[in-house]
Design a protein around this ligand. Structure first.
Ligand SMILES: [Zn+2]
Ligand SMILES: [Zn+2]
Length: 276
């Protein structure tokens, strides 16, 4: 593909590293199929190769700066953007998320799995310190999700008992975030052998208790270890339909349940709406 030409309002990124997430896997296997060719990769970190003068001013950057690229673009002008809710931008959305734009939309290089990535005028950039390894910096996406789901959305407060369902990278990031926010007790759950290794390392990310729900009852385990049910439950499981019922059962009356996992399309066993 030809090297994109940079104007006043856009830029070109020399990619150093790009994360790999569940969405990439679904794109690769065809579960998520757009019906078009595209350059994947949406957890991109790199160095600004070229940046237009107006873009440099708007983003507060200069050529040579290391930045991370937020997957969704934002116009900065609509009501949602002004409220800080870039994800609900009226002008942008899934159709132009990085890593899932057709190659035949100019200039084609809309993804992080490439040497160069095009940065459109409404791109949102996050500064990355030069001292931070770009491979480590690709974790900005799951770590940001952990902070948002575990702390911002959940309103976790110092001393809270928190249960995190799912020990994937977002679950571990959530555990680290709530620990950092002062949670008093953190439980992380997983399911069987597929999660065993992650449960072993979960204490290094702030877990006081890890539970394999295949062999142990998480509600009893939490009561025994923390003395009570959870103030905050964050469900970040993938394709584990029973987790929603567990999440509700783990929350104390009046507690907060953040549903951030992927449900799949099947029914939700064990979920009792009357308890909500
Ligand atoms: Zn992703
Ligand atoms: Zn907007």
């Amino acid at each position: 593909m030809p090297r994109p030409r940079v104007g006043d309002d856009d830029a070109l990124l020399r990619v150093e590293a790009c994360g790999l997430c569940g969405t990439d896997h679904e794109q690769f296997t065809g579960t998520l199929f757009g019906g078009f060719a595209f350059v994947p990769g949406h957890e991109t970190v790199g160095v600004l190769e070229e940046v237009g003068p107006r873009a440099a001013e708007r983003w507060g950057v200069a050529a040579g700066d290391r930045v991370a690229v937020v997957v969704f673009q934002a116009c900065r002008e609509c009501d949602a953007c002004r409220a800080g809710d870039h994800r609900r931008c009226a002008r942008h959305g899934l159709r132009d998320m990085y890593g899932f734009v057709p190659v035949d939309r100019e200039p084609g290089l809309w993804g992080g799995y490439a040497e160069l990535a095009y940065l459109a005028p409404d791109t949102v950039l996050v500064p990355v310190p030069p001292s931070l390894d770009p491979v480590v910096a690709t974790l900005f996406n799951p770590v940001g999700a952990g902070i948002q789901w575990g702390v911002t959305v959940a309103g976790t407060r110092p001393g809270d008992v928190v249960a995190v369902l799912g020990p994937g990278i977002r679950g571990l990031s959530t555990a680290a975030a709530v620990r950092d926010a002062g949670a008093g007790f953190v439980m992380v759950t997983g399911l069987g052998s597929r999660d065993a290794e992650r449960l072993v390392i979960a204490p290094r990310f702030g877990a006081d208790l890890v539970v394999d729900v295949e062999t142990d009852d998480p509600v009893r385990a939490l009561r025994d270890a923390a003395g009570r049910l959870a103030d905050v439950v964050v469900d970040v499981t993938a394709n584990a339909p029973a987790a929603l019922g567990q999440a509700v059962a783990l929350a104390r009356p009046g507690g907060t349940v953040v549903v951030a996992g992927m449900r799949g399309t099947g029914p939700v066993p064990g979920f009792q709406p009357d308890v909500v």
